[in-house]
Design a protein around this ligand. Sequence first.
Ligand code: RIB
Ligand code: CA
Length: 322
Amino acid sequence: MTQLSHSEIPNIIIDTDPGIDDCAAILFALGLEKMGLLNLLALTTVAGNVPLDYTQKNARIICDWADRSDVPVYAGAKQPIIKSLITADDVHGNTGLGDAPLHEPKTPLQAQSTISFLIQTLTEAEKNSITLCAIGPLTNIALALKANPECKQGIKELVIMGGSYLNICNITPNAEFNFFVDPIATKIILESELPIRLFPLDVTHKACITTPRMDQLRQLANKNGPRIANLLQSYSRYDIQEFGLEGGPLHDPCTIGYIAQPDLFTAKAVFADIETNHGLMEGAMQVDWNQKLDKKPNVDWFYEVKADAFFELFTQAISKLP
Ligand code: RIB
Ligand code: CA
């Protein structure tokens, strides 16, 4: 059982499909941990940007990069609950970490499966003591909740990157990648009645790694500043070309920034649902922005970020790493 901090510092588990922006999120969390702003309990991995064989290995490589081979890393679902896996190697490269030179990771893979780890940890944890941060398809979390609903007792809040409503979509004209990969899992989470803080493209597209911000990382006097700048440089090409943005949106790091400093972001409590049927609208979100439906809000939908302050915190956290 991983050590919980009993102070106000958030105890977090990151469920992830690294992925370059996932890598940025994990390094961000490890830097914030050095600043005493959160306590990272474990990384659980899921197939998404690239297949699970890569996402679990990448999570371990990223821990090595931060000299943190003590971080427990678990392997989870190889594919979505119903659909076949679709990946985003056009954005993240075939390995999931761009063209970064990769080594055989020192950080071990835990023998326990992710689902078993989540069930054990969340059912044994103090009530509402763990923040689950989901930055890939929601398959692992949905399967754990379905297998043992008692998991809910340990969850303080679910902080999720996914979806889109007020913003153009990125995998089909109507859907965002994480939610499109596993819409069934997403629906299970939306109907879970857990506290959900949702970071859709509406807000992540306002947190782009522009050239000046990239240069700040590159000038850090450590290895991980220049490393993440190079990774984000290759990652940005897709979104600059596809959406004409000033740089790649830091989707996944937005969730970590919220956990450490919630006042960087603005949300609205809304009722949100997802289309799970196969077809044109598969993975599309319905968001009751102006309370037209007689439905209780089920998510905090984030749509604004103090971008300069967010990047200041991000750069400060990365500067704490080797
Ligand atoms: O749509 C963006 C999301 O899909 C991010 O989590 C990115 O890593 C990919 O998983
Ligand atoms: Ca991700």
